[in-house]
Every structure is written in C-alpha cells, then in structure tokens.
Write a protein that binds this ligand. Structure first.
Ligand SMILES: C[S@@+](CC[C@H](N)C(=O)[O-])C[C@H]1O[C@@H](n2cnc3c(N)ncnc32)[C@H](O)[C@@H]1O
Length: 315
C-alpha cells in the first residue's frame, strides 16, 4: 500500500478510538473500574502494613496447623505435672523438717496467741463440712498413717477429727494442713464470727486457736500457702504422705491440679490412699467428680465412694 493511501486509514482509526474513549469513559462505571484497578495494583506493590509488628504472613493451612500444634501442646500440658520429688524424708523427721523449712526451727504455736489477736479470737470455733464422716476412721484404721497431708483445712474440723482418731488408735501421726487460710470470697456470709483486721480475715489464727484448744499442737502443723505451691514444695523436699485428703477448691481446674500434685506426694513404696470431699457437690457442674474420674482414667485407677467422699488407693 502506498503512503498516501495509508494516511486516511490511520486517521480514521484514531478518530474511532477517540470516539470510543469519549463515549465509554465519560460513564461513571468506567471511573469505578479504573479506581479499582489502580487500588489493586497499588496494593500489590505496597510494602505490607505494620510489617515490623506482624508475624510473617501464613497461608490458611499453615495457620491451621499451628493452631492444631498449639492445642496439642496445651492438651499435653494439662496432663504434665513434672516436678521431681526429692528423696523421702523419714516419717519421724517430717515435723522437724517443716519446722526448719517454714518456721525457723521453732513451733509456730509458741506464745500463741499474740497480744493483738487475743480479744479477736473465739475460744473455739470449729466449723466444717462432712468433717466427721466415717471415711476418716475407715481409712486411718486401714492405712495406719504416720503422715497425713490435708489440702484444704479451713478451721481445722477434719484435721482435728483425724488427730483425735489417730491418737485414739495409739498412732503417732503427723498431720500437715495446707491452706492459704483465706477461705473464699463471701465465706463470711456463711461462717459468722470470724473477725477481720484491716481486711485480713483471722482464719489462720482461729484455726491455730482451735488446735490449741483441742490439745493437738503436737500432731497438727500447717503449711500456710496456696495448694499448688505448697504441694510442689513438699514434693521437692521429699515430704510424702501415707494418707492425703483433698478438700480445697471445688471447681474442676482446682481439683484437677490439686489431685495430680497430691497424688505425687503419696509415699513412693505404695499402699497410700488419696481421698477427698464433695464428690456429689454441684459446684462447677460436679467439677470434683469430673476431675477425680479423669485422673483415675488417665492413671488406670479405681474410684471408690465412702459417704460424701471419693477414695483412690495407690497400687
Ligand atoms: C471446704 S474448706 C475445707 C474444709 C475442711 N477440710 C474441713 O472439713 O473442715 C476449703 C478450704 O480450702 C482452702 N483453699 C481453697 N483454695 C485453695 C488454694 N488454692 N490454696 C490453698 N487453700 C485453698 C480455703 O481457704 C478453705 O479453707
């Protein structure tokens, strides 16, 4: 084709494009498309926002795998109570070990009560729940314990009852009471006459007063800390029990943790017994019962019932 023939054709094409552009891009839809296209290309080329804070981008499958791994790890953690217990302290040294470790080698009952508390304490105020059940005598007769560990003591009703039973059977039994002596929020609505000084309820002092009143200071000692840390510490010190009662927090998680930690404290040569109250209580949808059964299933143990209590014998 000659050059002069090409020219009109080219000019015709440009006129058509210009007409198309005028016609099409004056419409609002075209602007919207352009806007979307520019946003899309801008997004691709921009650096990731907050990239110094965000974790590296992960695809949905990797993220899902991570969640699954985290869940599995958390599941394992629920069953892991890994504290290594120390070599067993001989039973006859248990009392002195606690006195040395917790009370500077002296009895905490010496010079009790202190002057500032004398007028605030009742001579005797013993209140408990199921604290005199037949299970205590049944197990003390059977196990003949040298050391009993109680997790959850409150005013000492069950501890004092066990001390009296053991003494009646001619046993020299040391009872260690683990309790933070705080009770629980609102307990003073149910148990009146416990004084408070500057927000501090006098549960520990009233418990001690009860023990003094019942002449049980030689057999009942206390470990005034949270159950988790106290049980772990006794394990590390090698302080084991022949009989362990669990009666502190009654929600599933508290009971689960206490039972697992307490079970490690049963005497290592076997024949010990762990038991606890409120198997039938509806707190936390029967949290105690669910914790006991899960524990028994995991360890292949059998749960027995004695009154309101559950009982598990170690092999
Ligand atoms: C039901 S009372 C114990 C009653 C006692 N066994 C009796 O029969 O007389 C529960 C006790 O567990 C204690 N407790 C609850 N959770 C605790 C925790 N995590 N650590 C230490 N003590 C706890 C409370 O302070 C309370 O004194």
């Amino acid at each position: 084709m000659k050059e002069e023939q090409k020219q009109p054709l080219f000019q015709h094409h440009r006129r058509r494009v210009a007409a198309f552009t005028r016609k099409k891009f004056t419409k609002p839809a075209a602007y919207v498309i352009l806007l979307l296209l520019s946003y899309f290309f801008g997004y691709l080329s921009a650096p990731s926002s907050n990239s110094q804070y965000d974790s590296p981008p992960v695809g949905p499958r990797i993220a899902q795998n991570r969640v699954t791994q985290d869940t599995a790890a958390a599941d394992n953690d629920h069953y892991r109570f890994t504290t290594q217990c120390g070599a067993p302290v001989p039973s006859k040294l248990v009392r002195q070990t606690i006195l040395d470790r917790l009370f500077n080698g002296t009895s905490p009952y010496d010079n009790f009560p202190p002057a500032h508390a004398t007028t605030l304490l009742r001579k005797k105020k013993i209140k408990g729940w199921g604290s005199n059940g037949a299970v205590f005598e049944n197990l003390i007769r059977k196990v003949q314990p040298k050391t009993i560990i109680e997790v959850g003591t409150f005013l000492g009703a069950s501890a004092i009852h066990m001390a009296q039973l053991a003494s009646g059977l001619g046993l020299k039994t040391q009872i260690l009471c683990i309790d933070d002596f705080r009770g629980w929020p609102g307990f003073r609505d149910r148990v009146r006459d416990i004084n408070m000084v500057n927000g501090d309820v006098l549960l520990l002092y009233q418990f001690m007063q009860n023990v003094v009143h019942e002449n049980a200071t030689e057999s009942v000692l206390f470990v005034p800390f949270s159950s988790g840390s106290a049980l772990q510490q006794l394990c590390e010190w090698g302080v084991f029990g022949d009989l362990i009662e669990v009666d502190a927090g009654h929600d599933f998680h508290s009971a689960w943790s206490d039972i697992n930690r307490a079970y490690k404290l049963l005497r290592p040569d076997g024949g010990g017994v762990i038991f606890g109250h409120d198997y039938f209580t509806s707190a936390d949808n029967k949290g105690v019962r669910r914790a006991v059964h899960l524990f028994a299933r995991v360890h292949g143990l059998r749960v027995q019932i004695d009154g309101q209590h559950w009982v598990i014998h170690s092999p």
